[in-house]
Unconditional design. Sequence first.
Length: 501
Amino acid sequence: MGIIKKAFLNSFANFFDLFIRQLMTFIINPFIIGNLGADIYGIWKMIGQTTNYSNLADIQTNQTLMWTISKEREVLPEDEMRRKFSSGFFVSIAILPVYIIVGAIITYFIPDIVKVTDEFVFIVRATTSIVILNFILNKIFTLFDSVLKGMNLGYKRLGLKAGISLINTGLIYIALKQGTGMVGLAISNTITIALTVITILFIIKKNVSWFGITKPSLSDMKEYFTLTVSFFLLSIFKLIVTSSDLIIIGFFLEPKIVTIYVTTRFMCNFVKSVVNTLIQGSKPSFSGYIGQKKFDTAAKIREQIFDLMWIISLSMALAILIVNKSFVGIWVSSDLFAGDLDNILIVLSFIFSIFLYNDEGYIKSSLNLKSLKRWIAYTSGISLLTSIILIQFYGLAGFLIGQILGHLILLYAYPKILISIFGKLFRLGISKYLRVIISLVLVVVITILLPPISLDSYIEIILAVSACFTLSGLLVFLIFLKKQERANIIQLVTKLKKQFL
């Protein structure tokens, strides 16, 4: 099977699983919020994000394993690949006690972090301890899943996560109907993750011939641990920014604002997940070209994906800016919409994060992470400090401005890092970045100038999103893309059709 076809199948599998998962979230979230209430739901989300700080003990063996396998699968024999996996497996087992210690500390302090009264202390701690268990189980799953992703076989689990998402939704519904609250939600997730681990292990055993455990050499362990530390430091710096938003908002404002923030950004998160998932499906193929030193092909793939992201993200940005207020009102309640300014800032943050996710993946595929670590460390500190200062004066909008500042710094840094690693082949040119900025400004201006639009049903929202997406997509494709860029995208789509059909 060709590399492009595998990339397409991986992207499709990721998209299908994601779509079902997000659909289940869309269906069940109003029921969860209605059952728990806006304040308790905000606390539930804060607990989930606080337990992410168990990643302080996570040395990112799954990331190291995935990028190592994807880069070297074409050049190393099977026994070497088995030793690579074994190194990751034993390092992961060794770190489990640290997860437990960090989780215990978080569980003890969580009532103070989420600011609950004495009557909720036990429930919050019980919920947190179960969520920590889920975190550990999920780390086991991601270690196995990294084998499929690294081998460019992610499509082999097509429908797995989708089916398990259906089961999870049913379990959540039953748990809340029985009045088990946050504890029931957490236990539902435990059952779901355990089922996922068992299923993914079966798929790997069936499709990866070299999969198994062997005794790694001391040099293998040392090399693996050194590379893992680089990914670990990256995860720490990113954790400060990506897993602090709900905690900072809840601490400096209130839990209900967390719920408002979560519901307002739902559409953005959905689109970002879709785009990132589609990109993720192509990364193992890209890494394969890097491993074979085919930098010209890799650079061409990067530019084509950049242009596709540009079209999709700008098109969806306009749609979200126009329909999001109506969507939140229909989905949960108009009281849980953050406001027009906050909506614009959330959308801007969403667009920037998509471009960052793409380039960061390319940098990681090189396994040369020194510059990336330095820039993310600087940016994390600046963004966090700015967010904390501004949220106290300007509320949610101030926090979002701090986040956007961090994105802008990295948008400047990532292209420079890529060029320093791979050479001038990866230079996109100032002209392209200027065109992206102009198109983004145009979208925001159009949104501001348009009169308020009130939609009363999901059908109206779907029609409005479809119209905005089509018109914006054509605008970017025909006006902002150059002739050769349009030809490259058409060539890519044509090649995909021929290989797949």
